[in-house]
Design a protein around this ligand. Structure first.
Ligand code: SUG
Length: 447
């Protein structure tokens, strides 16, 4: 049986609120607020430390280089980095925000991962998400691939695919729309792929959201399942409820979370809930489906509190009990808090809730689950990894000191054009690749 690692994204030095994500309510609401990158990064690191102290296996993924000068060069800007920043700030300030986002922190969107237990070639497969729906996110993909390859480097154990073609019909948002279930008596799991639009034919009459974009397509989900060598027993597909997308559910992990043989979801999450339930029950007979009614938690409360962007983790492996790692915002929402108080008294696997503070990330629509990529690894796979990415007390202290050394405690839009910020970011990341033993993964290290 593979063991699941929570691999969290470290928040980058340019964490800011630019309102870049259409359809993500928090991102729009907090646009132009002044951010605190240092606090954001420390909150993320404390989350990792908390989970690790609770006994969960924890690792870390690095942030990316921002502002991303190579993207600006591709768009025709030239001169020194300083000149480019100045010109973009004058000519197209919103483009500067686009290339400066620290959005790579939400590593649930970094890639889809299928563990060796599920794949017919018994390798662990990675497909970096192309993130084509959002320009600021689409520039993460190439570096993400290099980082994943550098960490999971053994070719006989790990298969790294290219991102799907960068075309909206193949829009792929990675693990945020992917959940793996498994039975303790069977090493192979079942992988649920949730898509926002069928998009089988651009002229076909399909049920789609009308207001906000559906970021994941069925074609993309099917392609990832094919690349990962899953079959009809191990891959299940379901469509998101378009009305939920139009209410602000831009990824499925905003409205459902699964672990082992339990799916915790809102009743308005899926388009054809009963078919999905049947598909899952056929493949995982022991599955518990915890459906949260709108009468207990209206969709709006689920979205603002991020009740479902929680991490659902095993509490007692033998008993099959689980714990929800929830953002503080769930404690502060009356409907959600009373629902949770009742839930843990009920006969479901979910028997505990722990609240954590990731407010800086939440203000951009990224909760605890967005900040982590789940990577199940066998002992052999774990042993093959030389990068220093597994959280130990020493790595935690190193990363804390590194954040305190390099991160600003205030960032507004005008700071994004400051050439010093770019230098600070590169200096910090150069040091980080040494701490994490990653080699050269950033454009500024490769050019
Ligand atoms: O893609 N927010 C991210 C949040 C991603 C959350 N991830 C998951 N649900 N798995 C997004 O919308 C906002 C950036 C800004 O507005 O400055 C942003 O990119």
């Amino acid at each position: 049986m593979p063991q699941e690692y929570n691999v969290d994204g470290l928040v980058g030095p340019t964490h800011n609120f630019s309102g870049l994500s259409f359809g993500n309510i928090a991102s729009f609401k907090n646009a132009a607020d002044i951010s605190n990158p240092r606090e954001a990064a420390l909150q993320g690191l404390e989350k990792m430390k908390t989970l690790s102290s609770m006994g969960y296996l924890q690792a870390v993924l690095p942030p990316q280089e921002r502002p991303h000068i190579p993207t600006l060069k591709k768009l025709g800007f030239s001169g020194s980095d300083e000149q480019i920043l100045k010109t973009v700030m004058q000519q197209d300030p919103s483009l500067l925000a686009t290339v400066s986002s620290a959005s790579a922190m939400w590593v649930a969107n970094a890639a889809t991962v299928s563990p060796s237990a599920d794949t017919t070639d018994h390798k662990t497969h990675f497909t970096p998400a192309n993130l084509v729906a959002m320009p600021h996110r689409s520039i993460e993909t190439a570096t993400t691939k290099r980082i994943l390859q550098s960490i999971f480097s053994a070719p006989h154990l790990f298969e790294h695919h290219d991102p799907l073609p960068s075309i909206s019909q193949f829009g792929d948002e990675g693990a945020a729309n992917h959940t793996r279930f498994y039975n303790t008596d069977n090493a192979a799991g079942v992988e649920l792929f949730v898509y926002g639009t069928p998009e089988l034919d651009s002229h076909a009459h399909t049920i789609q959201p009308r207001k906000f974009p559906a970021r994941q397509t069925l074609r993309a989900s099917q392609a990832v399942a094919r690349l990962h060598k899953l079959n009809s027993n191990t891959a299940v597909f379901a469509q998101q409820n378009p009305d939920a997308i139009d209410s602000g559910v831009f990824h499925n992990d905003v409205i459902a979370v699964g672990n082992r043989n339990c799916l915790f979801f809102h009743e308005e999450a899926f388009l054809n809930t009963s078919k999905l339930m049947d598909d899952l029950r056929t493949r995982i007979p022991s599955i518990t489906l915890v459906k949260v009614p709108s009468t207990a938690v209206p969709l709006k409360d689920a979205i603002t509190s991020y009740l479902f962007n929680t991490q659902l983790v095993n509490l007692n492996e033998e008993k099959g009990t689980m714990c929800l790692i929830a953002p503080m915002e769930c404690m502060e929402n009356t409907n959600v808090k009373s629902y949770l108080d009742e839930l843990i008294q009920q006969e479901t696997p979910i028997q505990d809730v722990q609240f954590i503070n990731v407010r800086q990330s939440m203000k951009n629509g990224g909760g605890p689950a967005c900040l982590r990529l789940r990577v199940p690894l066998t002992d052999e796979e774990k042993q093959s990894i030389n990068a220093n990415v597994f959280l130990t007390d020493a790595l935690y202290s190193n990363l804390k000191a590194w954040i305190q050394r390099h991160y600003r405690d205030k960032l507004s839009f005008t700071d994004l054009g400051d050439p010093e910020l770019l230098k600070e970011c590169r200096t910090a990341l150069d040091e980080l690749t040494n701490i994490l033993k990653l080699g050269s993964v950033y454009d500024f290290q490769l050019s």
